[in-house]
Ligand binder design. Structure first.
Ligand code: HEC
Length: 253
């Protein structure tokens, strides 16, 4: 039957393209399996389908052979159940393809997220310009009021941050499960212990949206705290983060 021939020819074209091309590639470069990009595959398949249709409608006789089964399924009253089945099949296939394409994916993006991307050298926050290369925490040297400032930073933390970063600063706040990337775990040696206070000042003031491109192929839920806190509160919460975890900030030396 012509219709079956056409379907087989198209499937054969698909198989040759999707396995043949990578196979050729693997012969040229051993150990690789270069897949054909989806967009290119669509173009190739367009030509395969058009080619098959052109060949099969070349003369009246083959064209009739191709069209007859379609016409009988859709036109003959006695084909009612078959017609219903075909329509259902098309609808289910359409639903399946739509579902596959809108289903959220939890795969890591192809780009790697750089967790501590290089900060800009200057930032504009709190309506001022700060040079991150020389910026230090103004409260760090104030030994006299140190305990008091840490305490105030703790208040800022438990009013604003612990929902995500956790009451033990371990990144396991109430909402931590809902975010990807996960809220930073400040107890981990890989976070604040590696960073300068100016880096934290930048990250806290500008949040996820302030990350440069290499830091944010994934959406970060970290809010832009300059919209909610004062400059003073940001410095004090930084003091608190280091004091509570017992870590010391990285310094310029
Ligand atoms: C809505 C949840 C949420 C809240 C509330 C929140 N954060 Fe975050 N924070 C995140 C997430 C998610 C990340 C990790 C992604 C990123 O680096 O932006 C993060 C990252 C950070 C980092 C970067 C750490 C590193 O190692 O680079 C710092 C510093 C930070 N948060 C401090 C704070 C402070 C201080 C507060 C409170 C004023 C706060 N966060 C409130 C979600 C939150």
């Amino acid at each position: 039957m012509k219709l079956i021939q056409a379907v087989i020819a198209i499937l054969a074209g698909y198989t040759i393209l999707s396995y043949g091309i990578p196979y050729l590639g693997s012969m040229l470069h051993h150990g690789t399996w270069p897949v054909v990009p989806v967009s290119l595959m669509k173009i190739y398949m367009f030509f395969v389908v058009m080619g098959v249709l052109a060949a099969m409608t070349f003369d009246e006789e083959t064209k009739e052979g191709l069209m007859a089964p379609i016409r009988s399924v859709y036109g003959k009253p006695s084909m009612g159940p078959v017609r219903l089945a075909v329509i259902l099949l098309v609808a289910v296939a359409g639903a399946g393809i739509t579902y596959q394409s809108i289903k959220p994916s939890f795969e890591a993006p192809v780009e790697l997220r750089s967790i501590h991307p290089a900060p800009p050298s200057t930032i504009n926050v709190f309506k001022k310009s700060f040079n991150l290369l020389t910026l230090t925490n103004p409260y760090r040297e104030d030994k006299e009021h140190f305990a008091e400032n840490v305490k105030q930073g703790g208040v800022v933390y438990f009013k604003n941050c612990f929902y995500c970063h956790g009451d033990k600063l371990d990144g396991k706040g109430h909402y931590y499960n809902g975010f990807f990337p996960l809220p930073a775990n400040f107890q981990d040696v890989g976070t604040i212990a590696q960073l300068q206070e100016s880096f934290l000042f930048w990250r806290i003031s500008t949040g996820g949206p302030g990350l440069p491109k290499e830091g944010a192929p994934w959406l970060s839920a970290m809010p832009i705290w300059q919209h909610f806190l004062s400059e003073e509160e940001v410095w004090k919460v930084i003091l608190f983060l280091y004091d509570y975890t017992g870590r010391s900030p990285r310094t310029f030396e």
